[in-house]
Design a protein around this ligand. Sequence first.
Ligand code: AP5
Ligand code: MG
Length: 213
Amino acid sequence: MNLMVFGAPGAGKGTQAKFLVEKYNIPQISTGDMLRAAIAQKSAMGMKAKKYMDNGELVPDSTIIGIIKERLEKDDCQNGFILDGFPRTLAQAQALDVLMKESGKELDFVLSFDVPDSLIIERIAGRRVCPKCGASYHIEFNPPKTKGICDACGAELITREDDNADTVKNRLLNYHKQTAPLIDFYKKMGVFAQIDGSQELSKVTKDMFQILG
Ligand code: AP5
Ligand code: MG
């Protein structure tokens, strides 16, 4: 199964992708997590990307398309994958289309989580993430069993550097300007499925698996 989770920053893409990984045993490919790993390693690409991420801007298409191409060629993607946070521009969507056609693959579903901006702000303000495994929590809506500790791997949770009010505003602006237009692209492709992402977490998961059948 080749899937994509789609939506605004904080819509719940990462949270729901973890359930898909468990159910289908296919990797979650999060460009945000890959960029944060590159920053942690202080690689040249990571340091360049950090400047964009800290300002809530998108990292240039050429960088992102390069890392996705390399990642999709890995063995663990041959039985399927879950794209999370990619594509985010029309150029990225077109590049993905070419990559998929070249490897004889098709996207099965674009699962889009629809959440109003007001709720996004609240979600991001309370988010805590695991720097080790990428799991995402919320201090109120989805707290870990032990305060500040990741349920999955026991690492200490942190607040993402780009989860501050100013950056979030810019991330949302850029989502509406550059990423939301992809909805029409995937509707035309016949793979777009809209989910009410403002519902409580377990209901969103239920609706998602209902679509997948
Ligand atoms: P990225 O890491 O992808 O961030 P994002 O798209 O802004 O999305 P988030 O990870 O913030 O949100 P999410 O939808 O995963 O929500 P989550 O599940 O955590 O990208 C970061 C940056 O990297 C970008 O700004 C850009 O600079 C760069 N970048 C990445 N990809 C790129 C690309 N393709 N091109 C160019 N640049 C790129 O949930 C959020 C919170 O809500 C959590 O606290 C969670 O517990 C809670 N929650 C989730 N669901 C529910 C629910 N149903 N009810 C209540 N709470 C909920
Ligand atoms: Mg995420």
